[in-house]
Design a protein around this ligand. Sequence first.
Ligand code: ADP
Length: 394
Amino acid sequence: MSDSILVINCGSSSLKFAVLTDEGQTVLLEGIAERLGESNSTLTFKKEGLKESISLPEGTHKSAVAEIKKWLDNRPTILNSLTGIGHRVVHGGETFSQSVLIDQNVIDGIAECANFAPLHSPAHIIGMYAAIELFPGVPQVAVFDTAFHQTLAAEQYLYPIPMALYRQHHFRKYGFHGTSYRYISRRLAEIEPNSLQQGVLVAHLGNGASTCAINKGKSTDTSMGITPLEGLMMGTRCGSLDPSLLSFIADAEGISSAQALDVLNKKSGLLGISELSNDCRTLEDAMASGNESAKLALDMFAIRTAKYLVSTATTLDRIDHLVFTGGIGENSSYIRAAICQQLKAFNIHIDSDKNALRGATMNIESAQSQTKVWIIPTNEELMIALDTINLIRQ
Ligand code: ADP
């Protein structure tokens, strides 16, 4: 078996993982540990269409990594082919502009960014220490969601607040979904090599959602900010709004600003407007049954996405390509059509028959469109595996 890479993605209460081989092209195993920190944690392995769940009594990230190791111990061919471990890291601040081999300095650098990602960074670090301990001698690599956007110009990443706040506290736009955008840029270039010299606009629409402008292969603007809350309306996040609302909500509801922020992060977006669900598919089903709130939520989501696409596109010379990705971008023909409807003034038009298809990489623009419109399924695990392979080989 050729070299395999274990990809680990530690969230605050979950741990997703995958083992990829054949230069990242084949997924040997994937799975998820869920409800970590609770009494009913589980770990699910998926291999060749089969699913197996076990309970995880300790319910920690470390016990999840230990169970993955145990599973691999029973499959020595895969274990012996393991040459590296790639960790997804949400926030790399201004310290990390590309993926790096993990050592103590890197872990300390990730810890310094923890104030911007207080739920994720500690989980990443626990996952790293667990993997280092349980897979001794296997090189480990950190891949940052923020790294791709470190090419933004100061005019784009600075907030118009006192400069001292940036100098002292590094308060600025960082942007996220960078690993996905890097994959999309690379994948588009495989199909359209010219795209690396052109202007590409990408909408990564999942539970978390953002837009990115990529000019000649480099990120020039993105909608998310110092945290993922800025920009688009999302599953449960409000996206951009008048910042005064934070204190209005806190005062009116008699809650702290941290609790008000929780409302904006966890109870807003599609969920807040529909009063039904944060899930696009559920809302589309409800809309089909005549639920007006579900339709309002979906239409607001589409309109606000279109606004941010236009806003990020101001850093491009031309919009040569528009790419939809993420669970919603790849699968919802309703949302894609509603977004492109808002972009007519920019000569972006899609073909409704092509837009009804889904699941594969394809272009869906109509003959009159001046921009090529694409659906490209993202693959962040592949990108993490490739970065890991490249750094190990260096
Ligand atoms: P995350 O940000 O959690 O990675 P995903 O990229 O997996 O999110 O996207 C999840 C979203 O994709 C959900 O809102 C889900 O309803 C939506 N989605 C998945 N499949 C479909 C579909 N067939 N039609 C509409 N929406 C879909």
